[in-house]
Design a protein around this ligand. Structure first.
Ligand SMILES: Nc1ncnc2c1ncn2[C@@H]1O[C@H](COP(=O)(O)OP(=O)(O)O)[C@@H](O)[C@H]1O
Ligand SMILES: [Mg+2]
Length: 339
C-alpha cells in the first residue's frame, strides 16, 4: 500500500476517507454548496452542511448521494474532487482509489462512481462491496468458511448482509434508516404538536433522546421550532416514550429486515451467526437501546463495531493490503471501458 492510496466510503450522510497508513484523514457530511450564478463550488463537507436551510436562492446546497447511490453526477464529481484535493493536494503521482459501494448497486451506478473517482484524478479505481469493507474494518477474519452477519444503518439505507469466504452470501437493503427516522420525527412533531422543525433539529432529538429498549416518560428534551398555528417560534418538551412511538414503524422495518436475512440464510451459516452474533456499523448503530432491542426481539447476540461511523472507510483503506486475496470483492475500473 502506497502512502498516496485513498479509500473512500461514499455515504449518503458522510464521506469518510483514509489515506495510506494514516488511517482516517477526513470524515465530513456529504454535502456540497454550489453558486449557480458563478457556477463555482462554494464549500463541501462541514462548511456546506452549516448552510443547509440558511442559503439564498442562488446557492444550491445539495446532498448529491441519495440512498447510497449517486443521484447527481456533476455535483458528486465536484464533491469528490474537492475532498480528494483536500486530503491529497496536487500530487505528481496520482493516487489509487478504492471506493466502497452498496451491495445492491447496479452497473450503471457503479460506472458513475468510477467516473467520479477518475475525474478526481486517480490513476486506478477499484470498487469494494460495503459489507465486505465493513467486516474488514471491524477486524473480522472473513476469509474462512464461516458466516458473519453485518447490519449497517446509514443515512439513506439499512444494509443487512451475510459474508463468508470474502464474499457476500445474501443481503437485503431497505430505505428505512437515519434520514427516514428523522423524517418520522418531523412528521410526529407536526401532527401532534403542530410544531414545524428542521431536519437538523430532528437529528439532534434522535441522538439525544432515542431509547428503543426501555423508554421513560420522565426523560425529556426541549424541541424548538415554529408553531404552525401562530407562525412564531415555539418549543415542546418531548419525552422518550413519545419519541419511541414516533419512530416505531421505522424501528420495526429495520428489525424485520434483519429477521428476513436470518430466515433466508443457509442453515449452516445461520448456525454460525447464532454463535458469532451480528455486528452493527454506521451512525445508526448508535441509536439508543438498539443492541438491547435486537437481543430481546431476535434472541441473537449483537455488538456495535468499534468506531462504527468510520468502520466501513477503515476497511476500505485496509483492503489495499489484501487486494490479491480479496479479488472477488473488487472490480477493476478497467472493466468500465464503455466510452
Ligand atoms: N449517536 C447517534 N444516534 C443515532 N443516530 C446517529 C448517531 N450518530 C449518527 N447517527 C445517524 O447516522 C446516520 C449517518 O450514518 P453514516 O454511517 O455516516 O451514514 P452513511 O454511510 O449513509 O453516510 C445519520 O442518519 C445520523 O443521524
Ligand atoms: Mg455507510
Amino acid at each position: 500500500m502506497a502512502n498516496t492510496d485513498i479509500g473512500i466510503d461514499l455515504g449518503t450522510s458522510n464521506i469518510v476517507m483514509t489515506m495510506g497508513r494514516k488511517g482516517v484523514v477526513l470524515s465530513e457530511p456529504s454535502v456540497i454548496a454550489y453558486n449557480t450564478r458563478t457556477e463555482r463550488v462554494l464549500a463541501v463537507g462541514k462548511e456546506a452542511y452549516e448552510m443547509i436551510g440558511r442559503n439564498p436562492d442562488y446557492i444550491r446546497v445539495a446532498r448529491p448521494i441519495c440512498d447510497g447511490v449517486i443521484s447527481d453526477d456533476d455535483l458528486t464529481h465536484s464533491m469528490i474532487r474537492e475532498f480528494v484535493l483536500k486530503v491529497a493536494g496536487y500530487q505528481l503521482i496520482k493516487p489509487r482509489i478504492i471506493i466502497c459501494v452498496p451491495s445492491f448497486i447496479t452497473d450503471i451506478q457503479s460506472r458513475a462512481v468510477v467516473e467520479a473517482a477518475k475525474s478526481a484524478g486517480s490513476r486506478q479505481v477499484y470498487l469494494i462491496q460495503e459489507p465486505v469493507a465493513a467486516m474488514i474494518g471491524a477486524g473480522v477474519n472473513i476469509a474462512k468458511a464461516r458466516g458473519h452477519m453485518i447490519v449497517d444503518i446509514g443515512g439513506g439505507t439499512t444494509d443487512v448482509a451475510i459474508v463468508s469466504m470474502n464474499g457476500l452470501v445474501t443481503s437485503h437493503t431497505i430505505k428505512n434508516a437515519g434520514n427516514s427516522i428523522d423524517r418520522a420525527i418531523i412528521k410526529y412533531m407536526q401532527n401532534t404538536y403542530k410544531l414545524l422543525i428542521g431536519e437538523r433539529t430532528a437529528e439532534t432529538v434522535k441522538r439525544e433522546l432515542c431509547n428503543l429498549y426501555d423508554p421513560n416518560d420522565e426523560i425529556t428534551y426541549t424541541v424548538k421550532g415554529r408553531s404552525l398555528i401562530k407562525g412564531l417560534p415555539a418549543q415542546v418538551q418531548l419525552n422518550e416514550i413519545e419519541l419511541f412511538k414516533a419512530i416505531e414503524d421505522e424501528t420495526f422495518a429495520i428489525m424485520a429486515a434483519i429477521r428476513k436475512v436470518l430466515e433466508d440464510a443457509p442453515p449452516e451459516l445461520a448456525g454460525d451467526i447464532y454463535d458469532n452474533g451480528l455486528l452493527l456499523t454506521g451512525g445508526g448503530a448508535l441509536l439508543g437501546g438498539l443492541t438491547q432491542l435486537i437481543r430481546r426481539t431476535l434472541n441473537i447476540n449483537c455488538t456495535i463495531a468499534k468506531d462504527a461511523v468510520n468502520c466501513v472507510a477503515k476497511g476500505t483503506g485496509m483492503a489495499f493490503r489484501s487486494m490479491t486475496t480479496l479479488l472477488d470483492g473488487f472490480e477493476s475500473a478497467t472493466v468500465y471501458k464503455y466510452r
